[in-house]
Write a protein that binds this ligand. Structure first.
Ligand code: 13P
Ligand code: SF4
Length: 311
């Protein structure tokens, strides 16, 4: 990278030159959120990737999100600033083991959380996101047996909320697992009456204390309409940037981990993307998502079902 370069100006120049759209997730660093053409949750970002007429999608999120963009927009160049930006949920679900799990339950359909590899998507019938899962599950006949993976906490939350029995894959998000119930209760005691908003990737001992449970975009909406002036936020703390922009007069506090602060809940994978790496990705059109066409088409089926059923 040339010395003294104005990264923001260079990114803006390259975005025009390449006819690129920059898609950013709410868990990205504030400077990346602020320069993104669109910031959203997993479902919204998938929709944007499917609809865009840009030539290049620069995906500021994690690899399964950029892969989803490539599956839905194969003619586009999709770059991810850091190819190591994975996800613990994806890692927890190796395709060969998931295939064996499916084969052991031939009378079940497989509903999979979008946080999984393209291979697992190809082995699944329908993909869901945290903002679409309830709507999609409601459309599946009650007597249909279901395997749900890879997030056991989202799956468990859906089972409890909708009263549906599902076989769960035992994956977890390391970020949402790290919240401490003891520290959360201490924080609640310090802010009497302050509501708690939690992502359904959190374990039951955290969501049980939540006044609102939903996707990142759902939590952001709640922050705009909630009663009172203080909100405790039990999801990745970079989303607080959008809340402060939307309602600057309110006070947003990240839910704590065992050490009493929210820094242990920063997603280490999302944090790999930086302004420098985004600049290089737009300049070099690398690292690029490539996918074998047979795999892409197989994975697209379950993603298309999601887009139809969530609309
Ligand atoms: P949503 O933005 O769809 O709520 O997902 C959260 C998440 O963990 C993405 O990795
Ligand atoms: Fe994966 Fe959790 Fe990071 Fe989301 S926050 S990308 S689910 S590890």
């Amino acid at each position: 990278i040339p010395q003294g370069i104005d990264l923001r100006a260079e990114i803006d120049r390259l975005r025009k030159e390449r006819n690129a759209v920059i898609l950013g997730h709410y868990y990205q660093k504030p400077e990346i959120q602020d320069l993104s053409d669109f910031v959203g949750d997993s479902l919204e970002l998938s929709r944007k990737a499917a609809e865009t007429d840009a030539d290049v999608i620069a995906f500021c999120g994690v690899r399964f999100m950029a892969e989803t963009a490539k599956i839905l927009s194969p003619e586009k160049i999709v770059v991810l600033p850091d190819m190591d930006a994975g996800c613990s949920l994806e890692d927890s679900c190796p395709p060969a083991q998931f295939k064996a799990f499916r084969e052991a339950h031939p009378d079940h359909i497989a509903l999979s959380y979008i946080n999984c590899s393209a291979e697992v998507k190809a082995l699944s019938d329908i993909i869901v996101t945290s903002s679409s899962a309830e709507k999609i599950l409601a459309q599946i006949p009650k007597d249909q047996k279901i395997i749900f993976g890879p997030d056991k906490h989202l799956g468990g939350y859906l089972k409890r909320k909708l009263g549906r029995d599902m076989l769960l894959w035992p994956g977890v998000c390391i970020v949402h697992e790290a919240f401490s119930e003891t520290e959360l209760l201490k924080l609640k005691a310090q802010h009497p009456g302050a509501p708690v908003a939690a992502h359904p990737e959190c374990p039951p001992h955290i969501v049980d204390h939540a006044d609102y449970i939903g996707s990142t975009s759902g939590i952001l909406e709640f922050s705009k309409t909630m009663p009172g002036d203080t909100l405790i936020v039990a999801t990745e703390p970079h989303i607080i940037h959008q809340m402060q922009k939307a309602v600057p007069e309110k006070n947003f506090i990240g839910a704590p981990g065992a050490d009493g602060n929210c820094n242990c809940n920063i997603c280490p994978y999302m944090a790999l993307n930086t302004m420098e790496k985004l600049y290089l990705a737009l300049r070099d059109l690398q690292p690029r998502i490539e996918m074998e066409e047979g795999l892409r088409l197989a994975a697209k089926k379950s993603l298309d079902r999601m887009l139809e059923m969530a609309s």
